[in-house]
Design a protein around this ligand. Structure first.
Ligand SMILES: Cc1cc2nc3c(=O)[nH]c(=O)nc-3n(C[C@H](O)[C@H](O)[C@H](O)COP(=O)(O)OP(=O)(O)OC[C@H]3O[C@@H](n4cnc5c(N)ncnc54)[C@H](O)[C@@H]3O)c2cc1C
Length: 478
């Protein structure tokens, strides 16, 4: 089954018996559950776009194995055109949610593509299985799997001196090896879309010192002993007018519990290898390609928020005020800067050690680490511009009631009738102030790791450029 449709994605989910918990109850009919049905439908509409004549050339490419159309996010780019095709695909999907769907399937497809392309780093090393990783990538590409993932341990004690010595494992670890595979016990954080995807990919967190925590594998979401515990839902309700974002794009985040989960050997990519566990991701093509997907989405999200802010300015006619102009200029700067960084990364792309056309990583690192600070400010500006409008937001039912004349009279604006103005402000509220909106801010701050780690990594990996700049100063002095 090559590039799937939305229906195929939903049918597969329905047929899986995923152990997903929400508000103290096991989720029975996932396609009808209020916390999940909206995002599942939205995700299905992404898959449907893979088949639409007007865009399918961007969304898919010919499988090197079968010639069938498969998803572009699985494409291992060999040329600049391939790289740009990947970006266009990411941005098309992102544009369908205003960039709010952080873990649309292209994110993890890209991760898997880049790790599989780097499989030679595992070659000849004990307990490392490069062929299994490549085979799994090919299977995922041909069957168009959707993924969640978890790369970090529970937030119990983050001191550098902490070593877990609990009798019962807390952080997921290898507790046994059998003929069938590895046995995993414990928990991991934090699987966005956990429970609503075909599979989960699990990688060791960085800095592992005990080989029981050193592993990488992928298993189906309905594997025995695997449980997803979803947080409380941030879906405000079903009505799109009232909850324009949360009714459609609330992805959920889950704690993942492994209760004696057996990971079949063919799904183990490496285990019990500390050096590989601590270096594989960073030495692989993971960083440039994952950041390329992320920044492509963040550019769309910034454009969306810029459009939203200018719509508020226009609607209540506040363009004449200097501080409003300054705030709008801040948003324009954010959008133009993110766009320029993305284009620079693509323009300076080069073939990497794995034969991929690899975007320049530094501009992408600058973009992602800057965005952790810029996005909260963007949300802040939308709130400052909207002021009381952000909370003067009656619902669709109010507009259908006998108080409608009052609403029409008192909530009209300079350019919009009351119902349209409230719709715009409800969008601004859902993007920045509702539970959904505040999670968006937290997501952009943290989903890629601690922001201070991101900037440290930028500084370390920039050393080759810094040496050149120091030489320049030396030459200048002499
Ligand atoms: C909305 C959301 C969705 C997410 N989705 C996913 C997902 O799908 N998959 C996934 O694997 N992860 C996901 N994450 C987790 C994300 O990777 C982590 O939040 C991130 O790596 C930070 O880890 P932490 O939350 O455990 O914070 P901690 O590491 O516990 O940090 C807490 C605080 O302590 C400081 N701190 C802790 N340790 C150090 C240190 N060594 N040096 C300096 N400062 C330190 C941090 O700066 C921070 O202020 C998601 C997170 C969020 C918020």
């Amino acid at each position: 089954m090559p590039a799937i449709t939305g229906k195929e994605y939903m049918d597969r989910l329905k047929n899986r018996e995923i152990d997903l918990w929400h508000n103290g109850e096991k989720v029975k009919d996932i396609l009808e559950h209020p916390a999940f049905k909206g995002v599942i439908k939205s995700q299905a509409s992404l898959y449907d776009r893979q088949h639409d004549e007007d865009i399918k050339d961007v969304m898919t490419y010919s499988s090197p194995l079968t010639g069938d159309a498969v998803g572009t996010s699985y494409l291992q780019p060999k040329t600049i055109e391939d790289l740009i095709k990947r970006r266009k695909m990411f941005q098309h999907w992102a544009s369908m949610s205003g960039g709010m769907l952080g873990r649309s399937p292209d994110y993890m497809n890209t991760v898997l593509m880049s790790l599989a392309a780097s499989a030679k780093l595992l070659k000849g090393k004990t307990n490392c299985f490069p062929k299994r990783l490549i085979d799994f990538y090919e299977k995922a590409r041909e069957e168009d799997f959707s993924f969640t993932h978890t790369f970090i341990s529970p937030q119990v004690n983050r001191s550098q001196l902490y070593f877990e010595d609990s009798k019962e494992p807390i952080a997921a670890k290898i507790i046994d090896e059998t003929e069938e595979g590895l046995v995993i016990q414990g928990a991991r954080l934090l699987a966005t879309q956990g429970g609503i995807t075909d599979e989960i990919i699990v990688f060791s967190p960085g800095g592992v010192t005990d080989k029981a925590f050193a592993f990488a594998f992928a298993i189906p979401s309905d594997t025995d002993g695997l449980r997803f515990i979803s947080r409380d839902s941030f879906v405000g309700g079903d009505i799109v007018y009232d909850y324009p974002l949360s009714s459609r794009f609330e992805e959920s985040d889950s704690i993942v519990v492994f209760d004696h989960v057996i990971v079949p050997w063919e799904r183990v990519f490496f285990y019990h290898h500390l050096q590989v566990s601590n270096t594989f991701k960073n030495e692989s093509a993971f960083t440039p390609f994952t950041l390329h997907q992320i920044v492509s989405r963040q550019v769309v999200k910034t454009k969306f928020m810029l459009g939203l802010a200018e719509s508020i300015v226009d609607t209540i006619n506040i363009r004449e005020y200097p501080h409003v102009q300054e705030m709008m200029a801040e948003l324009i700067t954010a959008y133009e800067t993110m766009t320029a960084l993305l284009i620079k990364a693509e323009s300076n792309a080069k073939k990497d050690a794995f034969g991929l056309m690899c975007p320049e990583v530094a501009p992408l690192q600058v973009a992602t680490s800057t965005f952790t600070k810029v996005y909260p400010r963007i949300a802040d500006i939308v709130q400052l511009l909207g002021s009381s409008g952000m909370v003067s937001i009656p619902t669709q039912v109010d507009f259908e009631s006998e108080i409608r004349p009052d609403l029409d009279q008192y909530l009209q604006s300079a350019t919009l009738e009351a119902k349209d103005r409230v719709q715009l402000f409800r969008l601004a509220w859902d993007a920045t102030m509702s539970a959904f909106g505040s999670r968006q801010t937290q997501y952009e701050r943290f989903f890629l790791g601690n922001p201070n780690r991101l900037v440290r990594e930028l500084y370390k990996s920039y050393s080759y450029e810094l040496t050149k700049h120091m030489d320049y100063v030396k030459r200048f002095l002499s």
